[in-house]
Write a protein that binds this ligand. Sequence first.
Ligand SMILES: C[S@@+](CC[C@H](N)C(=O)[O-])C[C@H]1O[C@@H](n2cnc3c(N)ncnc32)[C@H](O)[C@@H]1O
Length: 269
Amino acid sequence: MKDPGSRREGPPPFPTPTIVRRSATGPIELPVRGAGTVTPGDVAKKLHNSGIFTGGPPELFESAGRLQLATLLREGIYPFSKTLDIGCGCLRAGYWLVRFLDSDCYFGIEPAREMLESGIENLLGSQLVAIKRPVFSTNDGFDFSVFGVGFDVYLARSVWTHASRAMIQRMLDSFVETCNPDAFFLTSYLPASWIASLRKQDYRGKRWIGRSHESSVPGQVRHDRRWIEGECRARGLWVRQLPDKSFNGQYWLKIAKNADALKTFAAVA
Ligand SMILES: C[S@@+](CC[C@H](N)C(=O)[O-])C[C@H]1O[C@@H](n2cnc3c(N)ncnc32)[C@H](O)[C@@H]1O
């Protein structure tokens, strides 16, 4: 990774943990069930109803978040893992990860500011932010060096399902530049198929397809697993598709520099 001394000049990553700005929509009203008992699913419904994109269908918000934490646990995250959530959205995974991880261990990149601010305000809150000190960046160049730290765990859920080949290459380069020796990168993708009648061609366009800071049009793309494997090999990386069934059509890929980091903590019968 880059020497922290050579960090880019300019403003610090936004928002810094001590400055959590109010979202444009303001705090949302939630059913009162007792202190600390509002579920992320409840929050997602309210955010969705107030026009905030929640990263996917709001009815899957809670299960998609739980899935990300559960898979990371099985694949090797520790409370002390420095963890980067790429395209963290309104914290569908961040809700769980910020609570699980030690202070100063959660980092998120999300260029859609309103979405990010709504998540920070409604799914974390100022007390948790003060204790766990998550750090966020709104850079949209897939630059993982902006934080000036090396990471152990990288997560990109429903990101390669919208990204171009060049964006995926940039993420792999950024991973190589910033990862600690035993780091792993968990990313979901939609596999392409060469069978034309299935209409599952791989994406060769240049643009992000789907909602983002620049678009409100939904959409998804597919990528050829052999192409991804070639891009990993070219960078000296190992890659493995995890054996899990798909969730909302997406499969997990696990990528690492060190082959040992591809191991899974399988349940013992
Ligand atoms: C389908 S959402 C998934 C969000 C999150 N990973 C989750 O599981 O809820 C994709 C996210 O990627 C973000 N995104 C778009 N362009 C990006 C870029 N250049 N860098 C990082 N994130 C980006 C979008 O704004 C959106 O929040």
